[in-house]
Design a protein. Structure first.
Length: 152
Protein backbone atom coordinates (compact mmCIF):
# COMPACT_ATOMS: atom_id res chain seq x y z
CA UNK A 1 0.00 0.00 0.00
CA UNK A 2 1.33 3.43 -0.93
CA UNK A 3 -1.23 5.87 0.53
CA UNK A 4 -4.62 5.95 2.25
CA UNK A 5 -7.20 8.74 2.09
CA UNK A 6 -9.96 8.25 4.68
CA UNK A 7 -13.47 9.35 3.78
CA UNK A 8 -16.74 9.21 5.66
CA UNK A 9 -19.17 6.33 6.06
CA UNK A 10 -16.47 3.72 6.70
CA UNK A 11 -14.84 4.09 3.26
CA UNK A 12 -11.11 4.40 2.57
CA UNK A 13 -9.46 5.39 -0.71
CA UNK A 14 -6.33 3.30 -1.10
CA UNK A 15 -3.42 3.69 -3.54
CA UNK A 16 -1.51 0.46 -3.94
CA UNK A 17 2.23 0.43 -4.61
CA UNK A 18 1.55 -0.03 -8.34
CA UNK A 19 -0.44 3.25 -8.43
CA UNK A 20 -3.91 1.71 -8.71
CA UNK A 21 -6.75 3.39 -6.81
CA UNK A 22 -9.22 1.34 -4.77
CA UNK A 23 -12.20 2.10 -2.56
CA UNK A 24 -12.48 0.01 0.61
CA UNK A 25 -16.06 -0.12 1.91
CA UNK A 26 -15.95 -1.38 5.52
CA UNK A 27 -16.00 -4.15 6.58
CA UNK A 28 -14.47 -6.01 3.64
CA UNK A 29 -15.57 -4.85 0.16
CA UNK A 30 -12.86 -3.55 -2.18
CA UNK A 31 -13.76 -1.81 -5.43
CA UNK A 32 -11.57 -0.39 -8.20
CA UNK A 33 -12.16 3.34 -8.71
CA UNK A 34 -12.85 3.92 -12.41
CA UNK A 35 -13.32 6.80 -14.82
CA UNK A 36 -16.36 7.41 -17.04
CA UNK A 37 -14.96 4.92 -19.58
CA UNK A 38 -14.94 2.23 -16.86
CA UNK A 39 -11.12 2.20 -16.76
CA UNK A 40 -9.49 1.88 -13.35
CA UNK A 41 -7.55 4.96 -12.27
CA UNK A 42 -3.81 4.32 -12.44
CA UNK A 43 -0.61 6.21 -11.69
CA UNK A 44 -2.17 7.90 -8.65
CA UNK A 45 0.42 9.67 -6.47
CA UNK A 46 -1.72 11.46 -3.87
CA UNK A 47 -5.26 11.02 -2.59
CA UNK A 48 -7.53 12.84 -0.15
CA UNK A 49 -10.73 11.30 1.06
CA UNK A 50 -12.65 14.52 1.58
CA UNK A 51 -15.06 15.39 -1.21
CA UNK A 52 -17.70 18.01 -1.77
CA UNK A 53 -19.72 15.40 -3.66
CA UNK A 54 -20.33 12.80 -0.96
CA UNK A 55 -19.10 11.49 2.36
CA UNK A 56 -17.45 8.54 0.64
CA UNK A 57 -15.86 10.42 -2.29
CA UNK A 58 -12.37 11.67 -2.85
CA UNK A 59 -9.86 13.46 -5.03
CA UNK A 60 -6.52 12.28 -6.41
CA UNK A 61 -3.50 13.47 -8.36
CA UNK A 62 -2.04 11.33 -11.12
CA UNK A 63 1.66 11.16 -11.95
CA UNK A 64 1.05 13.41 -14.98
CA UNK A 65 -0.17 16.20 -12.63
CA UNK A 66 -3.86 15.91 -13.57
CA UNK A 67 -6.56 15.85 -10.89
CA UNK A 68 -9.45 13.40 -10.67
CA UNK A 69 -12.46 13.59 -8.35
CA UNK A 70 -15.23 11.09 -7.56
CA UNK A 71 -18.43 10.94 -5.55
CA UNK A 72 -17.74 7.62 -3.93
CA UNK A 73 -18.30 3.93 -4.28
CA UNK A 74 -20.11 1.33 -2.26
CA UNK A 75 -21.69 -2.06 -2.79
CA UNK A 76 -24.84 -0.63 -4.39
CA UNK A 77 -23.65 2.46 -6.30
CA UNK A 78 -20.81 3.25 -8.69
CA UNK A 79 -19.85 6.85 -9.36
CA UNK A 80 -17.10 7.28 -11.96
CA UNK A 81 -14.19 9.66 -11.46
CA UNK A 82 -13.97 12.73 -13.65
CA UNK A 83 -11.01 14.90 -14.58
CA UNK A 84 -11.13 18.34 -12.95
CA UNK A 85 -11.24 21.18 -15.47
CA UNK A 86 -9.96 24.74 -15.00
CA UNK A 87 -11.29 28.18 -15.86
CA UNK A 88 -8.80 28.24 -18.75
CA UNK A 89 -10.99 25.68 -20.53
CA UNK A 90 -8.37 22.96 -20.10
CA UNK A 91 -7.88 20.20 -17.58
CA UNK A 92 -6.24 21.26 -14.33
CA UNK A 93 -2.59 20.28 -14.77
CA UNK A 94 0.84 20.39 -13.09
CA UNK A 95 -0.60 19.69 -9.64
CA UNK A 96 1.66 18.31 -6.92
CA UNK A 97 -0.82 17.83 -4.05
CA UNK A 98 -4.50 18.23 -3.21
CA UNK A 99 -6.75 18.58 -0.18
CA UNK A 100 -10.51 18.57 0.08
CA UNK A 101 -13.30 19.47 2.43
CA UNK A 102 -17.02 18.91 2.16
CA UNK A 103 -17.45 22.32 0.48
CA UNK A 104 -14.36 22.80 -1.71
CA UNK A 105 -11.11 21.32 -2.91
CA UNK A 106 -7.71 23.00 -3.23
CA UNK A 107 -4.68 22.06 -5.30
CA UNK A 108 -1.07 23.17 -5.05
CA UNK A 109 0.49 23.36 -8.50
CA UNK A 110 4.17 22.78 -9.25
CA UNK A 111 4.69 26.56 -9.60
CA UNK A 112 3.37 26.91 -6.00
CA UNK A 113 0.15 28.64 -7.04
CA UNK A 114 -3.04 27.57 -5.25
CA UNK A 115 -6.18 26.62 -7.18
CA UNK A 116 -9.63 25.85 -5.77
CA UNK A 117 -13.06 24.68 -6.90
CA UNK A 118 -16.46 24.08 -5.37
CA UNK A 119 -18.32 26.05 -2.77
CA UNK A 120 -21.56 24.31 -1.85
CA UNK A 121 -21.88 20.56 -1.54
CA UNK A 122 -25.65 20.62 -1.93
CA UNK A 123 -25.33 22.33 -5.32
CA UNK A 124 -22.26 20.51 -6.65
CA UNK A 125 -22.97 19.22 -10.16
CA UNK A 126 -20.81 16.22 -10.99
CA UNK A 127 -17.80 17.66 -12.76
CA UNK A 128 -19.49 21.04 -12.97
CA UNK A 129 -17.14 23.18 -10.90
CA UNK A 130 -14.12 24.74 -12.61
CA UNK A 131 -10.83 25.16 -10.78
CA UNK A 132 -9.60 28.73 -10.59
CA UNK A 133 -6.49 30.38 -9.16
CA UNK A 134 -6.73 31.75 -5.63
CA UNK A 135 -5.73 35.42 -5.48
CA UNK A 136 -4.39 37.37 -2.51
CA UNK A 137 -5.90 40.63 -1.28
CA UNK A 138 -4.07 42.59 -4.01
CA UNK A 139 -5.45 40.40 -6.80
CA UNK A 140 -2.19 38.56 -7.45
CA UNK A 141 -2.21 34.75 -7.59
CA UNK A 142 -1.57 33.29 -4.15
CA UNK A 143 1.77 31.49 -4.16
CA UNK A 144 2.90 29.22 -1.37
CA UNK A 145 6.60 28.67 -0.96
CA UNK A 146 7.16 25.06 0.09
CA UNK A 147 10.89 24.70 0.64
CA UNK A 148 12.62 24.81 -2.73
CA UNK A 149 10.15 22.42 -4.36
CA UNK A 150 8.44 24.98 -6.60
CA UNK A 151 9.23 25.26 -10.29
CA UNK A 152 9.65 28.71 -11.78
Amino acid sequence: MANIGPTGNGVLNIITSDGLLWGFDFPNNIYPLRDVNNIQLTNILDVDGASMYSDSGGVGVKSDGTVWQWMGINKTNYYPAFQVQSTTGLALQNVSTIAGTNVNTVALKNDCTVWQWGNDRSKAPLGGFLASPVNDSTGKPLSLIVGAACAP
